[in-house]
Design a protein around this ligand. Sequence first.
Ligand SMILES: Cc1cc2nc3c(=O)[nH]c(=O)nc-3n(C[C@H](O)[C@H](O)[C@H](O)COP(=O)(O)OP(=O)(O)OC[C@H]3O[C@@H](n4cnc5c(N)ncnc54)[C@H](O)[C@@H]3O)c2cc1C
Length: 613
Amino acid sequence: MGIYTKLADDIDEVDIIIAGGGTAGCIIAGRLAENDPSLCILVIEGGANNKDVASIVHPVFYLQNLLPTTKTALFYKGNKSKQLADREPIVPSGGTLGGGSSINFMMYTRAQRSDFDSWKTPGWSADEMWPFLKKLETYHGPGEKEHHGYDGPVHVSDGGYRAKTAEDDFIRAAGQVGFPEVKDLQNLEDNNGIQRWQRYVSPEGKRQDTAHTYIHPKLEDGQHSNLHVLVESKVVRVLFDENKRATGVEYTPNPEFQATIGLSMHPIKAVRARKLVIVTCGACGTPPVLERSGLGDKKILERAGVPLVEELPGVGKDYQDHHLVLYPYKTSLEPDQTIDGVLSGRVDAAEMVKNKDKMLGWNAIDVSSKLRPTEDEVTSLGPEFKAAWDRDFKYAPNRPLVLCGLVSCFLGDPASIPAGQYVTAGNYTAYPYSRGHMHITGPKHDDALDFDVGFFNDTNDIDLKKQIWAYKKHREILRRTNFYRGELAAGHPKFPSGSAVAVVENVDAPLSDVQDLVYSKEDDAAIEQWLRENVNTTWHSLGTCKMAPREDDGVVDKDLNVYGVSGLKIADLSIPPENVGGNTNNTALVIGEKAADIILMELRGCQPTTSKL
Ligand SMILES: Cc1cc2nc3c(=O)[nH]c(=O)nc-3n(C[C@H](O)[C@H](O)[C@H](O)COP(=O)(O)OP(=O)(O)OC[C@H]3O[C@@H](n4cnc5c(N)ncnc54)[C@H](O)[C@@H]3O)c2cc1C
């Protein structure tokens, strides 16, 4: 039992290996450990132990996890892309025990009912997922009781702090633009409105990552001698026997954490699994592990010099994300209504911790939304957009087009702006048409990756047009707030000189009698250029090893078994075959719960453990 940076020499075989101790991985480990004391379980996580790390447990410090010097995130570098104005986008991802749930923005956002149904996989419909959605949470928020869980490990609350002025103001302004307040947009049904958002934060103000909620208590209670966690160790590949049964994994100490003194310090080690290997390295991390193991597209493996074990062309294909664009605004808010003071160092972080400051439990995101355009707005976006809308959204009222959240701070380098209180609006598209890929280029764990994020590469620029709509719409909301004091020009489109919609840098008082801005063709072109130069990841990578029929490039079946081999499952955000209309942490959590249930059923002899080959 315990958490190690080096595995004891006598642990060379366990029952179950969980490769990747992230959001879903920690849930699976925790549930297996508590339900079957006879199982010997080993989690192998590339990042470090996250126990009581200040930037993780105190929500208000969450942005520290994205600093270039951080050791809690992984930074996947995307290929240079024409449709992104020749940028090489970076996709940060969880790189510590607890994975994304340890470093994310903690917005409690569930997928929509139609999302699970769109997966068209027996056992995974919305109705079948309800018990797992409830099982994972203890909900302290608004809405109908029947839609939430009340005795799960993950507390969902507002963490004991809200900045009501901005929240009320934004909700009132959004109402004027046509979006009503909805009590609970996380009930799988409701859509097209604004909500007072909840967070993965306990009422006492502590982040609810899956390591602190599912793993650490068990490592410390003296009752789970079956649970072992190896951190700072990268899984290189899965090992197979001659019958293509997964027999274990190879791993290596992570040089990010463990000093290299000559090659011998970083040996490739092996550990065997008697029953099962589960790969759960996230949508960016899982395809490289599979491909290094010989599972993937024949040509890609050949190019990388990896012998083929099973041809699975779907591995690493069809990468998806939600596309995010951020817009900063000046405000009249007070210092306790944004976290700019904390980010700029004007507020002493150590003092906050010492004084158990209430703001420690705040992620500064009190309000967000799931939004759809009107039919007139759809028409104004052109015939191609209208055709896509009519096909995929018009008769699917459960699907949002865009989510727009308000972050109460400047989400950038505080040194680049005058001291003050800011807000940043974030627009992200829910069901992008664009697709990318994630592949290896060589057999070693540190060989470069061939990563195409695919943002804005869809036919007819439908994804880009969604963002144009979102830009105009959110700007109208912000212009109607009382706290609005202008736009930070560096974070907005560069409209042509003389444009009637030019960025307004300073106003002394709220705008009065606000009318919708009317954009010319040239203005639209400026927005488009801005979007190409600035669209980024929402850190919602997904869909790179789909749960789908094998002939449709599926990689796993409904029980998460990898096709063509046995003793190997995948359980993380690689598996959703279709995207979801919300931030993705909840979907990763519920995949973890569902996976644990599938595995426990199989171990009890209730279900087959191998896929149809
Ligand atoms: C900055 C950020 C902000 C976000 N904000 C929100 C939010 O507010 N709300 C929300 O709902 N969602 C949010 N998300 C998304 C959400 O957190 C992720 O979708 C989710 O955590 C993914 O879970 P996962 O289990 O698929 O993968 P992860 O949680 O990423 O787990 C994968 C784990 O595998 C490890 N790993 C990778 N490769 C290897 C290897 N070779 N060997 C060993 N270990 C390896 C990683 O270190 C990681 O711990 C955010 C994500 C990020 C990064």
